[in-house]
Design a protein around this ligand. Structure first.
Ligand code: HEM
Length: 134
């Protein structure tokens, strides 16, 4: 008989993204791996980096063994509410925002470089004209 499992939104799961409270989402299932962080052979940082998003690819790319997969199941606390808006969209928009800032900064840098370049160019022209007069 199918059991009713606890549903979590990606937004809710993403709040648990610290060393003391770490949830990850793999294959639409939610895992509380807080107690395993210190024991993880790949280190806690890679697991923490996989929070607040769908970590399926990261988990698969690490080439985990069957044992690792069984262990993972022991940390399952529920399933992802797939009707909720996915966080990756938020990430994409924040990345877009970041690239906007980066572009503005680049523009500003270009403009700031243009000012001394113009001053140098004017000085050179004035210098040439002045030396010709002599
Ligand atoms: C999605 C985030 C994760 C990433 C990026 C990741 C990455 C890695 C990496 C790079 C290794 C190899 C370490 C080495 O050999 O030096 C490893 C090993 C391992 N990981 Fe993860 N891991 C993640 C999540 C998990 C979770 C949630 C579990 C279990 C609850 C787990 C269980 C294991 C185990 C048991 C090993 C030892 C090798 C094996 O049996 O496959 N990992 N992991």
């Amino acid at each position: 008989m199918a059991t009713l499992s606890q549903l979590y939104t990606m937004q809710e799961a993403s709040l648990h993204n610290t060393k003391d409270d770490c949830w990850i989402v793999i294959d639409n299932k939610v895992y509380d791996v807080t107690s395993y962080l210190d024991e993880h052979p790949g280190g806690d940082d890679v697991v923490l980096a996989a929070t607040a998003k769908d970590a399926t690819d990261e988990f698969e790319d690490a080439g985990h063994s069957e044992e690792a997969r069984e262990l993972l199941e022991s940390f399952c606390i529920g399933e992802l509410d797939t009707s909720s808006p996915p966080i990756p969209e938020l990430e994409i928009s924040s990345k877009k925002q970041l690239s906007d800032y980066a572009r503005k900064l680049t523009d500003l840098t270009k403009r700031c470089w243009a000012v001394p370049a113009v001053v140098v160019a004017i000085s050179v022209v004035v210098g040439i004209l002045y030396s010709r007069k002599k």
